[in-house]
Structure formats: C-alpha cells, structure tokens
Design a binder for this molecule. Structure first.
Ligand SMILES: Cc1ncc(COP(=O)(O)O)c(C=O)c1O
Length: 483
C-alpha cells in the first residue's frame, strides 16, 4: 500500500490481511515435472493440481476468501425458490451497481450465453475493445461475429498508455457505420481486458462509448469480471477519478451500461455469475432463459453458500486494501523480471503478470505456438502453472489455416490474497534461469485439436526433444538432487 510509511526499505507491496488457513504444496523433481507436462499434452489445463507447485493458471474461483465470506456461508438459506440468500445478494448487487434488475447464473460464460442468445442473430456484428474466448465463442455460436476496436498501443508489449484497454472510438464509429446499427445487437466493453494482459479501460472511455451507444440507440454491455483491478487502476491512474470513492466509480460504470455481467469466480472472490440490467424489457426477455439453462431465478445454478460469500465479496471490492493487492503484487513481480530484462507486458495490468512469448523466444514461429511452448517450459523449470494466451487460444480461420494471435502471452495469474512475496521471488528466480536458457526452448504441434476452444482440452507435443534438453540443463546447473 503506497500510503504506508517506510524508513529504509525500497517500495514493496504489503499484505493488509493475514493467512489463517493454509494448504500444503508439492514441488516435484524436474524429471517428474517433465513427465507430468508431457502426460498433460503440454496443456497446463490438463495438469493435475497435485503436480503443481504455484497454481498461476487463473484467478477464476481460486481467490482466497475472507473470514467474513466464510462466516456468511453458514447463514445461507437453502431453498429452491425464494431463498432469503437471493434477496440479500440481489439487494447488495442493486446497491453496488445502481441497477435494479439481477439475474443469477452459474458463472461468467453462462451470462454470455444468455446475453448472446437473447440479442445475437445470424449476421450480427458485436464491436468490443477486445474479445474474451468464451464471449467470442457464444457470439459465434449464435451466428454473429466479433469486431475488435482496440487502440494501436493495446497490442504493443512495451507500452506507456495507462489505459491500453480503452476503446478506439474511430474504429467503433466506423464499424457501426459500415454494418449499420440494425446489425449491431450490442457493443461490449471488457473491463481489465484479459487477453491483452489485464489492461484497464478508463472511466473516460467507458463514458464516451456509452454516449455513442445511446446516441445510436445501441445497447452497451459491460463485462465486469475483472472489475476489481480495473477500479484500482481508474482510482490510481486516472486524474479525474483521483478524488472519487470506489463506490462512485462503480456507480458511474453502472450508469453507463444497459447490461453489466460478471464472473463471480473473479469479481467477488466466490463462484458464480450474474447479469445486472437497468432495462426491464431486457430483463424480461433474458429471465426466461435462466430457469432453462441455469436454475430457478433465485439461484441460477449457484449454491446458496457461494451466493452469501459473493454478497460479502462484492462489498469487499469497495475496499482499496482488497483491490490493490493483486495489481501491487503484479507490479512487484514485474519489476523483478524487468531487472533481468525479461520481456513483460507494461504498464503492468491486473489479473496476472504477462510475459511476451514472441520476444522471449523469437526463434519459435507463431505456428509452433510460442506462448504454449513457453508455458510448458515454465512448468518444467519451476512446477508453476501458467496459461497460454496466444495462438492456441484463438480459433482457426474458416479455411482451416492458423489465425496467429495479436499477442503471444503467457499469463502467470495471481489469484487475489493467495501468494506470498517469497513465492513470487521463487518464480521470478526460475524465470531468470529460463530466460538465460531460452535458446533451448522449441515449438509445439497439435496431436488432438478440438474445433471449439481447443486451448481447454487440446493436446500437443514438442517438436524435437527440447523438453528433455531443458530438463538435462536444469540438472546440470542445479545438481541431480535439486528440485
Ligand atoms: C473477462 C472475462 N469474461 C468472462 C469470463 C468467463 O467467466 P467464467 O470463467 O466464470 O465462465 C472470464 C473468465 O476468465 C473473463 O476473464
């Protein structure tokens, strides 16, 4: 926390919480790490958690809950219909976003399913600052397509723009004009743009998009899954928001949108999801889909215990100590890597630390999946599980050719309140070793490739035997008994 005085120490992030429940971790020997990643088809989604040392795959459903969240779970009111828990959560969300209507869903992509099913039809075009994997898949499933309207700086890894997630208004206006408002079912803003390094969008840009949408009678949908980090960045990076309370910033975001949805696995540190809207007509059309796909209207597939935890977690999002923890740890982690000249995405965003795989291993071509290969190499070097966010996370072109991602990123997620600074120091140290030995890393090729969202369950193998060479170098440098 920046307002905490320090006498001699260099700036460092300070946890404003203490750890009261712990889970033992395993760090397998390098030989077993190699075996595990190969058995998992070089896909870190397919690793067993017991084989993982630091699980930096995602922040989704893996954030640490507070004592108050756990306590609230014990007062959950179990009822299929009309549970008190639902009404408590509904009231919290209405006050939080300043929006009157709430629909529960089992997670973020379920909200996307309902929104897409309600609004998208064949030929629809949905402009957005950047896509997210599940969002795009649902829009495409309904016959629509996504057009990204991002700033040029958004996909440059070493940037200076504090809000790389801002909407490119020129591109947005142009695409609306080109396809016609009648073919744009909604415009989507993603807070804390996931796939370009957790980069925030400014409140100024949100308001600009809202104005344009409402002038053209277009619906504005805001994905607030990564809102916690984005709020911190608005508060600390945007001059106009400096004196606003976090609550006021959230209310301004709610006011700008027609629909806000979120994954409660991220926002609120629980497990679930929700759609908020200020429009009764949209609420009425969407609500009929909730019992069909999710569960009755008063739980939507969530357990009532998680709903209580979410209620408290949403309230905690207004606490600067809570929302600063992730971004400040990511910054500290990033500074350690910058000292080693390791290519990372800057300015540092939320959600996790993002490595630029194209620069880390420039000798690996996009068709050999550099981000996937680097993710596998990091696991071999450290037992830490990151996530590929590059070409493997894309979908092939309709003609079957590869669609190289704008950015080849490896995400090392920092679930909120989970890791300590010494664990971050450990992974930074292993990354420094790996960077020194980066020439050993080679490419990957698919051996099993699902058609939809292949990154989840696809399997790949190494090209050549670079993984064995990496293991041998580890043993050579650290000794046969080192783990
Ligand atoms: C920005 C964004 N939107 C939507 C989702 C989907 O949420 P869920 O994983 O709960 O389905 C995610 C998940 O990572 C996300 O980051």
């Amino acid at each position: 926390m920046s307002h905490i005085a320090r006498f001699k120490a260099e700036p460092f992030p300070l946890e404003m919480h203490k750890v009261r429940v712990v889970q033992k971790l395993n760090l397998l020997p390098v030989e077993e790490r190699l075996k595990s990643i190969q058995e998992a088809g070089n896909n870190t989604f397919l690793l067993k958690n017991r084989d993982v040392f630091l699980d930096m795959l995602t922040d989704s459903g893996t954030n640490a809950m507070s004592d108050n969240q756990v306590a609230a779970m014990s007062i959950a009111d179990d009822a299929y219909a009309g549970s008190e828990t639902f009404f408590r959560l509904e009231k919290t969300l209405q006050d939080f976003f300043g929006m009157p209507f709430f629909l529960p869903a089992h997670q973020g992509r379920a909200c996307e399913h309902i929104i897409a099913k309600t609004l998208v039809k064949k030929g629809s075009v949905v402009p957005m600052n950047f896509h997210f994997t599940t969002t795009k898949a649902h829009i495409m499933e309904c016959g629509g397509r996504v057009v990204e309207c991002y700033l040029d700086e958004a996909v440059i890894s070493k940037g200076t723009n504090p809000f790389k997630g801002d909407m490119n208004m020129k591109k947005l206006s142009a695409i609306i004009k080109e396809v016609g408002v009648e073919n744009v079912p909604f415009v989507r803003i993603e807070l804390g743009t996931n796939l370009i390094g957790g980069q925030p969008i400014s409140l100024r840009s949100i308001k600009e998009v809202s104005e344009l949408c409402h002038k053209n009678d277009l619906i504005l949908v805001i994905d607030a899954s990564l809102m916690a980090d984005n709020l911190f960045f608005i508060k600390t990076r945007e001059a106009e928001a400096k004196d606003m309370s976090i609550k006021d910033i959230v209310l301004e975001i709610g006011k700008a949108a027609d629909i806000v949805y979120f994954s409660a696995r991220k926002l609120g540190c629980a497990r679930g999801g929700g759609i908020m809207t200020s429009r009764k007509d949209l609420f009425d059309t969407m609500k009929v889909l909730v019992p069909l796909y999710e569960g009755f209207l008063t739980y939507g597939g969530m357990s009532v215990r998680e709903m209580e935890a979410l209620r408290i977690g949403i309230g905690e999002t207004l606490d600067i100590d809570m929302i600063s923890q992730g971004p400040e740890f990511i910054e500290a982690f990033g500074q350690m890597l910058l000292k080693e000249e390791i290519p990372v995405i800057t300015p540092f965003g939320g959600l996790g630390l993002h490595l630029d795989a194209r620069q880390f291993i420039p000798h690996v071509k996009s068709e050999e999946y550099p981000a996937g290969a680097l993710t596998a190499a990091i696991y071999i070097a450290s037992g830490c599980r990151g996530m590929e966010r590059g070409t493997i996370s894309e979908t092939r072109n309709p003609d079957g050719s590869e669609h190289p991602a704008d950015m080849e990123l490896v995400r090392l997620a920092l679930p909120r309140r989970v890791f300590t600074l010494s664990q971050i120091t450990f992974i930074a140290d292993r990354l420094a070793w790996l960077y020194k030995n980066r020439d050993l890393i080679g490419g990957l090729t698919f051996v099993e490739e699902p058609k939809v969202m292949r990154f989840f369950i696809g399997r790949l193998e190494e090209k050549g035997n670079w993984e064995e060479k990496l293991r041998d170098k580890f043993i050579e440098d650290f000794g046969i008994d080192a783990i």
